[in-house]
Ligand binder design. Structure first.
Ligand code: HPA
Length: 279
């Protein structure tokens, strides 16, 4: 269990590297989507290994660096490389960078991921605005002694994904002519893809897309009062939807193809994230 003083130490270190930049939004980018970090201007690039207490991302396609600067004029911190449970990181470690960036002043979380479509009406390449999530497996990142500096012990989860941000993303995506969906993200811990039976069960339980990330970060963001926008790219139909095996390569190819759509959507949404009073 990391003490609050660790978070403060990491935040203090980052402040010393940021030359006064206060990120308004934290962007956590999923597999094959880290390229947005390259678009950051006046970038301060800080390898995770240099930041006290940060873990390292090991998943393919995930670098381990925090890129801070201006993205289309908005001060941001971009996590190039997120930490996953399946890499062996604890839920607490996974949300550590988010909590540190919150201490730096970030008010928004924009979290993206690659996901498999459970909903048969979805197609590969669709972008799903996450309306809610289901996490039946994997510990909560809030397990263990509560850190009241971040939030309450029993935090409300009735709107983890901000409804105004959902509406904004859907509107902007449709204006751009993107194939937009809205739905429930069903978390699986991975790293193996799901079995067809697991996907059928997830569908009955209300899941629209299956993925191996996001819920930890969104839960911690909710706990510490950040407004979250979650976006899932359908890189494949989930196991058993089509009569064919799944592969990590397929996910990466689809993620690469969607780069322009993703960029356009985030470019349209980001400047609308206005500075607010800190809660
Ligand atoms: N399942 C879980 N995670 C994923 C998938 C999937 O089908 N596709 C991309 N990430």
């Amino acid at each position: 269990m990391l003490a609050y003083s660790c978070y403060q130490e990491s935040a203090q270190y980052l402040r010393s590297r940021l030359e006064g930049l206060v990120p308004r939004a934290l962007l956590i980018l999923g597999s094959g989507l880290g390229f947005l970090g390259e678009q950051v201007e006046q970038a301060r690039i800080i390898p995770y290994g240099e930041i006290p207490h940060f873990g390292l991302a090991t998943a393919p396609g995930h670098e381990s660096r925090l890129v801070c600067g201006l993205l289309w004029g908005v001060p941001v911190a971009v996590m190039q490389g997120r930490l996953h449970y399946y890499e062996g990181h604890t839920p607490e470690d996974i949300v550590y960078p988010l909590r540190v960036v919150r201490l730096l002043g970030a008010e928004y979380l924009v979290v993206t991921n690659a996901a498999g479509a459970i909903n048969r009406e979805f197609s590969v390449g669709d972008l799903m605005v996450i309306s809610d999530h289901i996490r039946m497996m994997g510990d909560s990142p809030l397990r263990g002694p509560n850190l009241p500096q971040f939030g309450e012990r029993f935090c409300d989860m009735s709107q983890v994904y901000d409804s105004d941000l959902q509406a904004l993303a859907l509107e902007k995506g449709r204006e751009l002519g993107l194939s937009m969906q809205s739905g429930v993200y069903f978390y699986f811990p991975g790293p193996q893809f799901e079995t067809p039976a697991e996907i059928r069960a997830a569908r009955v339980w209300g899941g629209d897309a299956a993925g191996m990330s996001t819920v930890y970060e969104a839960t911690a963001a909710n706990h510490c009062g950040m407004r979250t926008l979650g976006l899932s790219l359908m890189t494949n139909m989930a196991a058993g939807v089509l009569n064919q095996p799944l592969s990590g390569a397929e996910v990466n190819v689809a993620a690469e193809k969607a780069q322009n759509n993703f960029t356009a959507l985030i470019r349209a949404v980001l400047p609308e994230l206005k500075k607010e009073e800190r809660c």
